[in-house]
Design a protein around this ligand. Sequence first.
Ligand code: IPE
Ligand code: IPE
Ligand code: MG
Ligand code: MG
Ligand code: MG
Length: 339
Amino acid sequence: MRAAAPPPVAFRAAVLQNAPRQTLESTVGTSLATPSFTERLKAVANAVEATLAALLCDDVRPGELARPPRLVAAMRHAVLGGGKRLRPFLTVETARMLGRDEDDGSLRAGAAVELLHGYSLVHDDLPSMDDDDLRRGRPTVHRAFDEATAILAGDALQALAFEVLADPATEPDARIRAELVLGLARASGLGGMVGGQILDLAAEGRWGGEARLGADEIRRLQAMKTGALLRFSVEAGAILARARPQERERLVAYGRALGAAFQVADDILDVEGAADEVGKRTGKDRERGKATLVDALGVDGARAECARLVDEALRALEPFGSHAETLREAARFVVARET
Ligand code: IPE
Ligand code: IPE
Ligand code: MG
Ligand code: MG
Ligand code: MG
């Protein structure tokens, strides 16, 4: 039956061509159809920047009573003008691979994930959490403003992320919007990012008692605090592009492996990177007694883990053949990056 059907990618491109859309090119004035991975990453990052800037404008938007200037300034400080924008890139490129091309909806969905990620960083840096004063080469939000403003900016970024996903401007089909909202909520809450963050803090020993975590416990903690949102970034693209169940399963497996590799690479950068290159203070994980795979397995062991996870991510993409080249490069980028 499948053999007689049109190729999935072309099929979905035809199905989706009636959806209202604005091209990424029209948003950024740059073609994304460039051969180089880094150029493509940059083009999506520019488009994401423009989308985030529009969402964080001064003008009061429908349903709002006012936009308090201090709060909007802190939110802008948190999310504009920095970051690799890897999460929205994964959303846009996954949707693109499945035929949802040049689409403002995938860009907005990616921006929603980036807003959620931005909130997680603001709170992660707070004095009561990791107590960091440098982020993306600039003072953290609680340093540039104050702690109460940083907490509230994080709260408002989180709410905005869900607002963007629930907005028909992102996706006209309400069922798809509900699936996106559900997915982001699960990836970011109790059993996802926030849950992982409390396990991360508990593993420092701050509430006493716990023995050092074993490698598998660290893998689970990291799958929650970092992996869940990266996995969802990929899944959001699959949801938007109406991936078939088997395709979605493969993409989720890819996102899970990439997400795990991402945090191990972050932990290696903490040991080997310099703050002026990485844009955040390094050497802090050991100082704070963080549970990392670098600590549990050594740097070489952590590198081997990264290599294994990239292989796993690449294997998951096999059925997509040459369509998946950009996602393959993204998996390699995650462990080769220097920031
Ligand atoms: C940093 O994420 C926090 C982790 C989950 C390890 P990124 O390395 O993606 O940070 P930005 O967005 O590029 O600054
Ligand atoms: C952050 O992990 C995970 C989040 C949910 C934000 P880290 O604490 O290692 O991230 P950095 O090193 O501060 O960016
Ligand atoms: Mg942390
Ligand atoms: Mg931190
Ligand atoms: Mg880190």
